[in-house]
Design a protein around this ligand. Sequence first.
Ligand SMILES: [Zn+2]
Length: 517
Amino acid sequence: MKFEADLVVFNGNIITMDPQKPLATAIAVKSYKILAVGNDEYAMGLIPSAKRVIDLAGKTVLPGFVDAHTHLTVSGIKSMHVQLDKVHSIEGAQKELKKALSRYSKDQWVLGFSWDESNWKVKRYVTGKDLDEVSTEHKIGVFRVDGHLVSVNSRGLQELNVDSDQTGVEKDENGTPTGVLKDIKELYDCFQPSPQEIHQGIIASNKMANELGITSAVDNIWAGHARNIRDAERLNTLTVRMVINVPSEHIDHMIALGLTSGMGSPLVRIGGVKSFIDGSIGASTAATSEPYADSKYNKGMLLMSQHEFSNLARKAVANDIQTVNHAIGDEAIELVLTAFETLEDITTIRKQRHRIEHAEMITPNQIRRAAALGLILSMQPNFVGEWQMKGGLYYERLGKERTERMNLFRTALDNGARICFGSDGMPYGPLYGIWCAVNHPSPQGRITVEEAIRCYTMESAYASFMENNVGSLTEGKRADFVVLSDNILEAPLNSIRDIKIEWTIVGGQVEYSEMGS
Ligand SMILES: [Zn+2]
């Protein structure tokens, strides 16, 4: 029988992540799907009739990466505004904003993101006065890195018209608002992108993701963005398969409409409901059983009570909806485990693939309980590189001993828990994440390269109900794969983060190529 393939790649070192056929040298693609995975001899037969042929010249191929925890849409929209993460002072931020002014009309908000005064010599917040020095004619709003604080200039403050007596509106000694707004309900009123801006943001973040080898991503969206993602699919501009997590306050809407996890198309599907049980270690708000090392009386905070979360879990289980639960501190993780342990139907719970997001401080005992419930630990090796390596922020917040027992990937796998990997955008980059996981500072955290690849491909696909479509290079699945500059299984562990993505192929289409074609 003769098949006409759309694309044939051959002469490769193909690591399929499919235990039935772990290694191959050629892949044939037809109508977005993998027609065959095999050897060059077989591929030669297909080449004469193939529309496109790529000689891989011995390069290593992996399944496209599945980033199990992102904020892709929002990251994309932010990327079109002023980036303040690399400035070193208020003056530096003012300079970047001034440079950008001409890009904005007077009725648009000039927005900046990700400033972090903790990295500056003068450690104080940006104020409205600082921003008035940039312009009093434009409305300006700049968000701190954690997204919980925005500073606006005088024109911006006028426009927002906030009740200045509420807590969170910072005032000077005369009782005049300084322009610094913390966690108030109007916090994001200056950041209301139009559908066109959202679409541009989706295109920008998909491109960024493809460049890093990401072909599928779980996107924790703002409620209205589902429609924009669907619009992008219709306009053919989506180049990453998107799984949309819905904020948990909308669970009743999902139930009323009969929507369940896993529903959708090969490009856009519904994930779970996303809840927040606690905060973060950086902000000292992750809920811990022992106080923070740098603030003796602080054990962080729970954002939901046991009662509230148990109700959410019961409702989700009864309606076949996956829950996706942000829990970093061991107390927050305890609350999630308790809720599921109290429910009776373990078989149903296991089938529904409920997730604990981050699970950074999970203890070995909690790991075993999570494994028994089939809860997936959706972890971020990328955080390890950012904050858990020697001298990182976690040492300051939690002390050496506790820092060393965080992100226990090894213990989790050894105890039969399922882990999937994601970046949370801090920073995006699966190869960086794999580097972090195999160079973890503690032996209880360190896993092998193959295990780390599996967590960033097959396991993330499983965690998002996509394992029949993506996650391994298997006949019949979508043709999503990446070509690497080096052999990741033979590269020195320390150099994995320097490996380049040379090609990213999504559904048989080349969506990124180092050569630019
Ligand atoms: Zn997140």
